[in-house]
Design a protein around this ligand. Structure first.
Ligand SMILES: [Zn+2]
Length: 279
């Protein structure tokens, strides 16, 4: 089976072709945030048209809430113009095959569960730590979406009740305290540069661990996988994070704390989109 996988994010977008479980062709480029959905569709069209890849199915990961049963983009939290845009219909017209779409964090979770760092774990919590923060939950090998497709939205958990205002209208949200966009605005440097300073990392992981503690207490997942650009900081992030999580975790809880970086790098969502399309 040949599968076309598309990952539409606020910073970049990627298109890939899979033959069964093999990634055979891939293209990635920066997203023009102000250009909107029509621009995005034309970019995907020009990439797809330049390939001789003829898919049987298509899977799409979108960087914002997706109502899964109706396959509709609910909104994009970082870019205007996407709410209600008929993305699935447009991709089906372009490719001539059936397309299915989900939130990118859900598909990152599915990709890592099936092909990456989550192999062997029946349940998984996946978090993308990047421009923003997204979460995905895998139970018994499949995505848990909740009653209204909003499960796993960990980014707006309040980790600092008197913290600074978040774009969502609340204060001290997980995303507000920990995501790349705000780190750069608050401290004037990219997250990677900031995390090179162990003193900064030590303070940062206090907030980061608060969100993961919530996930552990609520879900007791077999593994926590962290993807996204900031996860590439490696040991500079994961060593202090594991230590801080150990300090914060409720003493009587025997819930495992298996926290690892994503194994599929920038392609977790593409692998998950391909897996979803094949279901
Ligand atoms: Zn918020």
């Amino acid at each position: 089976m040949r599968t076309l996988a598309i990952d539409i994010g606020g910073t970049k977008f990627s298109v890939a072709g899979f033959e069964d479980d093999r990634l055979v062709v891939r293209h990635s480029a920066a997203t023009d945030r102000d250009a909107g959905p029509e621009w995005m569709c034309s970019q995907i069209e020009s990439v797809f048209s330049s390939w001789r890849f003829k898919p049987d199915r298509c899977g799409i990961g979108f960087g914002g809430p997706v109502d899964f049963p109706t396959q509709a983009v609910t909104l994009s939290t970082h870019v205007d113009g996407w709410a209600g845009f008929p993305l699935v219909e447009r991709i089906e017209r372009l490719t001539g095959v059936r397309a299915v779409m989900d939130n990118d964090a859900n598909l990152g979770a599915l990709g890592e569960a099936r092909y990456g760092a989550g192999i062997g774990a029946e349940s998984l919590f996946y978090m993308t730590l990047s421009t923003g923060i997204g979460g995905g939950i895998i139970v018994n090998g499949n995505v848990y979406r909740g009653a209204d497709s909003y499960a796993g939205e960990i980014g707006h958990l309040n980790v600092e009740p008197d913290g600074p205002d978040c774009l969502c209208g609340s204060r001290g949200c997980y995303e507000r305290m920990c995501c790349g966009l705000w780190l750069e605005r608050d401290y004037g440097k990219p997250a990677m540069d900031l995390l090179a300073d162990p003193g900064f990392a030590e303070k940062y992981v206090v907030y980061l661990a608060r969100g993961l503690k919530a996930a552990l207490m609520l879900l007791n997942p077999g593994r926590i996988v962290i993807g996204g650009g900031i996860s590439k900081a490696g040991d500079a992030l994961f060593v202090p994070l594991r230590a801080e999580l150990g300090r914060q975790m409720t003493a009587w809880s025997r819930a495992r704390r298996d926290v690892v970086p994503a194994a599929l790098g920038d392609d977790s969502v593409l692998w998950g989109a391909a897996a979803l399309a094949r279901m």
